[in-house]
Design a protein around this ligand. Structure first.
Ligand SMILES: [Fe+2]
Length: 368
């Protein structure tokens, strides 16, 4: 197996197999390993420099959650997708980080295959194979073969310190998103006209109240509800799309009214205490919290992106504090001694831009 960086680059350039040699990957975590520091991030364009990996590495996380748009494949050509994974694999900072820290990954639209894509994307089986090969998903994992996607969950740590990480697949099975009536115009033209008239420009999408509209599909829902019934002290719902933000113009759980409500009801019904959400996709960092009609406050910590930024911030009435618009990553630190969790959004140099502390006991519904 190749060992030097030069040899690794050659493997990446060939674009074959898993692209990064197995002996250059950090060993996966074992299930009884206690974890307290988890970094996360999203939205990494493979043709841009990604110096942020060194800042993430400097925090010494136990685990990294790469939660979507991990490359921008944006293709229906398997070779183009393969080449783009190879570009990520060839990045020295990324290689160093992967050699040091184990990953758990899920896709969003761009690494699934196309911008804002769902179940209709025609290359999803090939994309699944490339995703699983690149990220080292076990050959016998159901993520490779089950009918409705790559969702997964794992629990780490001993009794009293169990951390459950749930990664739903919001793409493979997603029914069409509801679009706003743009009067037959394409979005750019429509937005430009609103803009020049001095009006606010919403995104092109709308909330869909139809019960049949779903991102997860029924089989994945059964799985998710089962996961929420498993014993754990802390649960991280690692969602590629924002869960709590309430603006439906761009993609988020809020677009799928039934999924959004069903998630909250499932947390309540399964008494799934200790849960908070992390999310990516937006190209900015922010913290959101839902306080009403929930079993306990539902937090959502959004970090995006590793390379991508966006100058315009949509409204979000659930936002707590400021938006961070530069490149960023997320950091979750669980203090098992004083039963608290701190989540930070950190800039490209590792400095803290947003932060929030929660007691684990605040993520618990009262018993009646
Ligand atoms: Fe996305």
């Amino acid at each position: 197996m190749p060992k030097t960086r030069r040899e690794l680059l050659q493997v990446a350039a060939v674009g074959a197999g898993s692209l990064i040699a197995n002996d250059a990957l950090a060993a996966p975590l074992t299930n009884n390993q206690s974890i307290s520091k988890i970094a996360f991030g999203a939205c990494a364009k493979q043709d841009k420099d990604q110096p942020i990996w060194d800042a993430i590495a400097a925090t010494n996380p136990d685990l990294f959650l790469f939660i979507g748009d991990n490359i921008y494949a944006d293709t229906r050509d398997p070779q183009v997708m393969r080449d783009k994974y190879a570009m990520l694999a060839a990045k020295p900072q990324f290689q160093r980080f992967r050699a040091k820290v184990p990953f758990l990954t899920i896709w969003d639209d761009h690494d699934y295959g196309e911008d804002d894509a769902g179940q209709e994307y025609p290359m999803k089986d090939e994309s699944r194979k490339q995703f699983c090969d690149f990220w080292g998903v076990a050959e016998n994992s159901p993520r490779r073969t089950r009918a409705d996607g790559i969702y997964t969950a794992q629990i780490f740590g001993p009794s009293g310190q169990k951390v459950q990480i749930i990664l739903p697949d919001l793409r493979f099975n997603r029914t069409p998103i509801r679009k706003m009536d743009l009067g037959g115009k394409d979005y750019r033209t429509w937005a430009a006209e609103l803009n020049s008239a001095g009006k606010a420009v919403p995104g092109p999408y709308d909330r869909n109240p139809d019960d049949a509209a779903t991102m997860l599909g029924e089989t994945q829902w059964t799985w998710l509800e089962y996961q929420l019934s498993q014993p754990a002290d802390v649960r991280i719902l690692a969602s590629s799309l924002q869960v709590v933000a309430d603006f439906a113009g761009w993609e988020g759980w809020i677009n799928y009214a039934n999924d959004h409500q069903r998630l909250i009801e499932a947390i309540r019904r399964k008494r799934a205490n200790g849960l908070f959400c992390i999310s990516g996709d937006t190209h900015y960092g922010e913290i959101s919290r839902l306080n009403v009609n929930v079993p306990y406050p539902l937090w959502d910590f959004t970090s995006s992106g590793i390379t991508e930024v966006w100058p315009v911030t949509p409204p979000n009435s659930r936002r707590i504090g400021e938006v961070y618009r530069e490149r960023n990553f997320g950091l979750i630190e669980i203090n098992w001694q004083n039963h608290s969790i701190e989540v930070k959004i950190c800039g490209e140099d590792g400095s803290i831009k947003l932060r929030q502390t929660m007691s684990i006991s605040s993520l618990r519904q009262a018993r009646f």
